[in-house]
Design a protein around this ligand. Structure first.
Ligand code: NAP
Length: 221
């Protein structure tokens, strides 16, 4: 897959490494084009001078930026993402990290879908800490990467992409399931922040119905 990642921080870099290792081609974009070029050359990715340029040349676009930047970036890529899969990897944290800014309302991903009505929006990778996004086999098991989307094509893309990276893909249902995925990520963040964690914890579902995971979800589409 040709993947554009907007954001070259913890998540952008970890996902870039993981995608490239899985054989996908990656183009990075952030605000500082020189810095982006330097980072891209270190990880074997290409660099674009803007989010729009990166998204325009990709099949799949990943937003790995602060929640507060999503609206302006979404507006900048709207004209080049029609029919494309746009993955929202953000967590809509309050500025003071005291909780979710979206509490009681639509998830960040549902808000993104409203901004990009012609794109196939999926929520994914927000539940996996950046420290593990390129390490799917930890603690003697295969880690779960959960995703949610309303779009059948995006569901297939997510299963293929997540599996190619070595994670178990778990189908959390329609995009409204992003509310649970964002809450799950917040719980993991809160536990690490509250108890001085090492930021290497991850939720793994034991005994999950097989239909929720890659193998059977594929056959039911
Ligand atoms: N850290 C984690 O473990 C983790 C795990 C899952 C999800 N998340 C979520 O993923 C997102 C990114 O987290 P992070 O830890 O990678 O943050 P980060 O290290 O602060 O990186 C944020 C990146 O976004 C770029 N950026 C900011 N505004 C931008 C804009 N308007 N246009 C283009 N690029 C922009 C920044 O680059 P420039 O400033 O150079 O433009 C930077 O590369 C957040 O929403 C976070 O909640 C984080």
């Amino acid at each position: 897959m040709r993947i554009a990642i907007i954001g070259t921080g913890n998540v952008g870099l970890a996902l870039a490494g993981s995608f490239i290792k899985a054989g996908h081609s990656v183009t990075l974009a952030a605000r500082d084009a020189d810095k982006t070029r330097q980072i891209a050359s270190k990880v074997g990715a290409s660099a674009a001078t803007s989010a729009k340029e990166a998204a325009g040349a990709a099949d799949v676009v990943v937003l790995a930026i602060p929640f507060g930047e999503v609206e302006s970036v979404a507006r900048s890529i709207a004209s080049v993402t029609a029919g494309k899969v746009v993955i929202d990897a953000t967590n809509p944290l309050k500025a003071d990290f005291s909780g979710l800014a979206t509490e009681g309302g639509p998830s960040g991903a549902e808000r993104l879908a409203k901004l990009l009505p012609d794109a196939a929006v999926a929520k994914a990778f927000n539940t996996v800490l950046a420290s593990l996004q390129a390490n799917p086999n930890m603690y003697g098991t295969t880690l779960d990467a959960l995703y949610a989307t309303d779009d059948a094509h995006a569901r297939n893309v997510m299963q293929e992409l997540i599996t190619s990276m070595g994670f178990r893909a778990v189908d959390a249902g329609p995009l409204a399931g992003a509310r649970e995925l964002e809450a799950l990520a917040w719980l993991n963040i809160k536990l690490n922040a509250s108890f001085n964690g090492s930021w290497t914890s991850s939720a793994v579902f034991l005994g999950l119905p097989a239909a929720a995971t890659t193998e059977l979800a594929k056959t039911t589409n």
